[in-house]
Design a protein around this ligand. Sequence first.
Ligand code: ADP
Ligand code: ZN
Length: 732
Amino acid sequence: MLSVAANPPARHLSGSRVAVLLPLPLAGVYDYRVGEQTLADGDLVAVPLGRREVWGVVWGPGSGGCAEGKLRPVIRRLDARPLPDGVRRFVDWVAGYTLAAPGAVLKMAVSVPAAFAPPRPQAACRLAAPPPALKLTPARRRVLEVAATLPPLAAADLAREAGVGAAVVKGLIAAGALDEIALPPPPLFDPPDSARPGPTLSPEQARAAAALATAVGGGFSVAVLDGVTGSGKTEVYFEAVAAALQAGRQVLVLLPEIALSSQWLGRFAARFGAAPAEWHSELGDARRRDTWRAVAEGQARVVVGARSALFLPFPDLGLIVVDEEHDGAFKQEEGVAYHARDMAVVRARLGGFPIVLASATPSLETLANVQAGRYTRLELPDRHAGASMPAIAIVDLRRTPPPRGRFLSPPLVRAVEDTLAAGEQAMLFLNRRGYAPLTLCRGCGFRLQCPHCTAWLVEHRAHGRLVCHHCGYFSPLPERCPNCEAEASFTACGPGVERIAEEAARLFPAARLAVMASDTVSGPQAAAELIRRVDDHDIDLLVGTQIVAKGYHFPLLTLVGVVDADLGLEGGDLRAGERTHQLLSQVAGRAGRAERPGRVLLQTWQPEHPVMAALVTGDRDTFIAREAECRRVAAMPPYGRLAALVVSGPEAPAVDGFCRRLARSAPVAAGVEVLGPAPAPMALLRGRHRRRFLVKAPRTAPLQTLLRAWLEIEAPPAGVRVQVDVDPYSFF
Ligand code: ADP
Ligand code: ZN
């Protein structure tokens, strides 16, 4: 068993200088003087900052940045576990790569300072030794008998077990017959049992599982588990999880939408006999604190989480699995802009352990790494237990359009009817929330727009309001048009899922119908409940956005209808084709996962589009090879590098002025191109005017160094902000 022996952290003696990283969006570390108590790298400390006391992490020896006379002492060491070396190196690496301030990255790693305080111990009673001479009533005798046979219990529990009142126990404590002791709180998570047998694997699955188990015994490696939807990728990587647990290591599984993953959690519990620790934005404060601590103490052995789980303080992480590695949800755009899949690979490399990237449609980035020999591909070409892949067919909207004002074409309507008549389930997919994406005045054509963003307001009939999907602004539908004053003149343009559900309810009145979108299903519990109803066949027809595409396994679901297959192809996004192919493959993959064969109908205006052709023929590799070739010719990612700079502020002239100055000092280097400034497609977002630069560089260019030097030339004026996004995924 190869495990990376951690060097003991460097120690800093009383009186010496240490660098302390504070969880603030500052430039870097600050020097302090070590007090009486020796400190070590990773220690959590309280230090003065101006007139405040803040916490920080000892990051290394002092840098000498502060004059000797001005150096202030560390106030004290906090009674908390030091931040592991692997996490500290990861914070530095992420900051260096994304150009974020290290303090901002540290803040993600130590997101719950409340977890520093040790958990409150629980008081319990046990027999005093030696027992005092005491007159014993029958009640007192019963208590002492119970206390002699059971492990220490809280006073109330002891009274209950003995069937006596609380006063009897209190009396025994007062008389010295029972001692009160402090017990550590019970562990939060039961240990997963890695010895439980998994399902019998098919020969292909067994081969992939064996390769992963071997990788778990070695150092850093990246395996790409590339298997069609329903091929058993989850069962296969569970074997790697079991191997890592057996080796005594912690495991992290990243899922794109953990709040929607009730089925996954159920499968994990069935396989390992215990629930994993969950980490996502819906956790309550107390749970978040306790989970952070359980990870830091090594008590949580398996964590399943959203991208932020990558920054948890695992002392002994030995395996990461990134499921649906192609999913856009792994990219964080706000604050520190990072891609959790890419940073997970870095975390594994720094920690010297393996990582598994699983997907039915791996990203071009990942496939390029396979081709370059950096990642190993493990293939699962077939569905489990002989289930066939769904038959995918096109509905050409030019030939068989829906009736005026409707969105479901005659072939799709017939297919739904047939499916329901056969007692099976159907799903209609449209990746757009709300009732209609655009509302306009019939009289003058006026369009209702968000006052704070370059965006139309989206009607949500279920909530009786118009909503901006970018800033959350909402208002009721105005009674008269603000432009021509016509009354009740507004009309909905185009469909959202609510409108499709309305049409479906009219067409299939007997079907039990449910809508699943992020605004109609609030929180993990509601999602789990809806999933259960689909599982139990309480629902015949599910209408939803991309959240219905996520990994679900519904044996009776045999028809998937994609209402607008062209939707994601709009706009000039570099990855539009790739992303549409991934999303539609994933939705299509919900159909026919068990004995009953499935089929998929794609409504499209462009049946000859390469994405549609690839879906119909199932020839993913040819499609990907073409996409890759286009990117290679254009020197676009993954064959070239991009970084976006968004300059924003409340006043357009200040933003434009600063952009002009930035443009004059743009980096000049071989092969590096700086495009812009140009108004961002969302030229106004949350009331801020936005301009964009795009930096295009060869893979070998020192992109971060160039950007850092550029941004250091001049600080933006008050109110103006520059956001850097290395490897941008959205171009809004
Ligand atoms: P994927 O993640 O590739 O879409 P899953 O792991 O969800 O596939 O597997 C699809 C279904 O088949 C699940 O219900 C899973 O439990 C089942 N399955 C896969 N492999 C096996 C196996 N070897 N034995 C029993 N059931 C399996
Ligand atoms: Zn808005």
